[in-house]
Design a protein around this ligand. Structure first.
Ligand SMILES: Cc1cc2nc3c(=O)[nH]c(=O)nc-3n(C[C@H](O)[C@H](O)[C@H](O)COP(=O)(O)OP(=O)(O)OC[C@H]3O[C@@H](n4cnc5c(N)ncnc54)[C@H](O)[C@@H]3O)c2cc1C
Length: 440
C-alpha cells in the first residue's frame, strides 16, 4: 500500500485524498489552517444571508476524511522537502518540528490573495477574501452598526459578487477597478458593460480608479483613490491571487511562480505531484501553461494525479477557464479568450454577435434576450472564445461551448450541431445556430 502525503487540504488536496483512499492508499494530510475544506465561493452567499450555518461553508471536514481512513493534521505547516530521503519537515501549532516519510507526495498548496502595498493597509477593517478567517472577520465587521459604507477593490468575478452581496446586506457600496471596464480578464467591453449596468441598477457606485491609500485611526475611515476621497468603514480586497509554491527548491516553476507539471500533474521530480491553484495549467488557446485559480481545475487536476499514483493513465486535456457569474438576475458566462486577449497574443480572430429570444413568442413565459459572442480563429475557423449574457440561466450552454473549444470545433461544425428544439426550453431559431451561421 502506497503512503501518500498531501500538503494542503482544500478542493485539490481533499479530492485527491478521496480518490486515493478509495484506491486503498495510506493517506496523510497536512494543512496550515485550523480548518479544512472552506469553499471560497460561499463567501458572498454568506454575506447575503443565503448560507445560514457556518458548517455549510465547508465542503469537507476532518471527521469525514478521518472516517474514510486519512490521517489529517491541521495547524501544521510543511516547511521543506528532502527529495532524496523522500521526507518532509513539518511544524505543528506548538512550534515542534518533525519529519514524515512518503512514497508519493502531492503538493496542493493553493493560492493566496495578491497583496496590495499601499499606505494604511494595516488599519483594522481592511480584509482580503481568500481564507475562512478573512470571510469570518469581514462578516463580523459588516454586522457592526457603524459600518455603513463598504469599498470593494477589484472588479473581477469575486469583486462583483461581493459588491452585490454587501449591497444586499444593506450597505452603501463603492466598487473600484483600475482597468477601464469590469471583468477585464473574461469579457469584452460590450459584455462587461452589461455587468456594470446591473450593479449600478442595484445601487453599487463604480469608479474606474486606482487606490492610493487608506486613512483612519484604529479602523479604516477613508479611502483615497485617483479620482477622490470617500468615507468607508470596511474595505474588501479582491484583486486576484498568486500561487503558493514555496516549498521544494528543486522543483521547477513558471515565471508566475506556479509549479510546472506534465500532463499527469507530475513535477520534474518523479513521484512528486502538484495540483490545483499552486500549479500551472495548460491553457487550450494560449497553448502554454498558465496560473489559473478555479475550484473546477483543482478538482480535475486532483483526479489526474491521484489516478496516476493508482497506476491509471489519465491525462490533463487542459483548460479554457470557463466560468459563469450570477448577479441578481443577470447570468454572465465566458470561456476561452476575449478580443483583447487575442490581440495581446497576436491571434487573428473574427467574431459573431447574436441576440435572440430564449423561447418562441407564443410561450406565455418571461422571454429574456440572450446575447452571445463567438470568437474564432480567422484562418482555421476554430472556436476560441465565447461570451454569453442573459436573465435566463445560460450556465449549461457555457459548458457546451467549453467542450466545443476543448474539442477544437470549427464555426461551421457549430452551425450544424444537432441541438434539440422544444418550445418549453428553447427556440427553433436558436441563438447558438444563428450566431455560428453569422460567422459562416
Ligand atoms: C471568494 C472566492 C470565491 C471563489 N469562487 C469560485 C467559484 O465560484 N468557482 C471556482 O471554480 N473557483 C472559485 N474560487 C477559487 C477556488 O476557491 C480556488 O480555485 C480553490 O480553492 C483552489 O483549491 P486548492 O485546493 O488548489 O487551493 P486552496 O483553496 O488555496 O487551498 C490550499 C491549502 O493549502 C494550504 N497550504 C499552503 N501551503 C501549505 C504548507 N506549506 N503546509 C500546509 N498547508 C499549506 C493552505 O492553507 C490552503 O488551505 C473562489 C475563491 C474565493 C477566495
Amino acid at each position: 500500500m502506497h503512503k501518500v502525503i498531501i500538503v494542503g487540504a482544500n478542493f485539490a488536496g481533499i479530492n485527491a485524498a478521496r480518490v486515493l483512499l478509495e484506491g486503498g492508499c495510506n493517506v496523510v494530510i497536512y494543512e496550515r489552517q485550523a480548518e479544512i475544506g472552506y469553499m471560497g465561493a460561499s463567501f458572498p452567499l454568506w454575506v447575503m444571508g443565503k448560507v445560514k450555518e457556518r458548517e455549510q461553508l465547508f465542503h469537507s471536514n476532518i471527521v469525514e476524511l478521518a472516517d474514510a481512513g486519512a490521517k489529517v493534521s491541521t495547524s501544521c505547516e510543511v516547511l521543506s522537502i528532502d527529495f532524496s530521503a523522500k521526507n518532509i519537515t513539518v511544524r505543528d501549532k506548538f512550534g515542534r518540528e518533525f519529519k514524515d516519510d512518503y512514497d508519493y507526495l502531492i503538493l496542493a498548496t493553493g493560492s493566496r490573495s495578491r497583496q496590495f502595498p499601499v499606505a494604511g493597509m494595516d488599519l483594522d477593517g481592511i480584509h482580503y477574501a481568500k481564507f475562512f478567517s478573512d470571510a469570518n472577520a469581514c462578516v463580523q465587521r459588516l454586522a457592526a452598526p457603524e459600518v455603513k459604507r463598504v469599498a470593494v477593490i477589484g472588479g473581477g468575478y469575486i469583486g462583483c459578487e461581493l459588491a452585490e452581496a454587501c449591497k444586499k446586506h444593506g450597505k452603501d457600496v463603492l466598487l473600484l477597478e483600475t482597468d477601464k471596464q469590469l471583468l477585464p480578464t473574461h469579457f469584452d467591453p460590450e459584455f462587461a458593460g452589461i455587468m456594470q449596468d446591473q450593479l449600478e441598477l442595484l445601487g453599487v457606485k463604480i469608479h474606474f480608479s486606482r487606490v492610493r491609500s487608506f486613512v483612519g485611526k484604529k479602523y479604516v475611515e477613508q479611502i483615497v483613490h485617483e479620482k477622490g476621497v470617500e468615507d468607508v468603514q470596511l474595505v474588501l480586497f479582491c484583486v486576484g491571487f498568486y500561487p503558493v509554491a514555496e516549498i521544494g527548491d528543486e522543483l521547477q516553476r513558471t515565471i508566475e511562480g506556479s509549479y510546472i507539471v506534465d500532463e499527469h500533474q507530475e513535477t520534474n521530480i518523479k513521484g512528486v505531484f502538484a495540483i490545483g491553484d499552486c500549479c500551472a495549467n495548460f491553457h487550450q488557446i494560449i497553448g502554454k501553461h498558465r496560473a489559473s485559480f478555479f475550484a473546477s481545475n483543482a478538482m480535475r487536476t486532483a483526479h489526474i494525479a491521484a489516478r496516476r499514483i493508482l497506476g491509471r493513465d489519465v491525462k490533463n486535456p487542459g483548460s479554457q477557464n470557463s466560468s459563469v457569474v450570477l448577479i441578481d438576475k443577470l447570468y454572465l458566462g465566458s470561456t476561452g479568450i476575449t478580443m483583447r486577449k487575442a490581440e495581446e497574443l497576436k491571434i487573428e480572430v473574427g467574431y459573431s454577435d447574436f441576440t435572440g429570444k430564449q423561447f418562441p413568442a407564443f410561450m406565455a413565459v418571461d422571454n429574456p434576450d440572450v446575447k452571445l459572442r463567438l470568437l474564432y480563429r480567422l484562418k482555421e475557423r476554430v472556436l476560441v472564445g465565447v461570451q454569453i449574457a442573459s436573465q435566463y440561466d445560460i450556465s449549461s450552454a457555457l459548458n457546451y461551448y467549453s467542450l466545443a473549444i476543448q474539442e477544437r470545433l470549427s464555426i461551421e461544425e457549430l452551425s450544424l450541431m444537432d441541438l434539440f428544439f422544444m418550445p418549453h426550453f428553447n427556440h427553433a431559431y436558436n441563438y447558438h445556430m444563428l450566431a455560428a451561421l453569422g460567422a459562416s
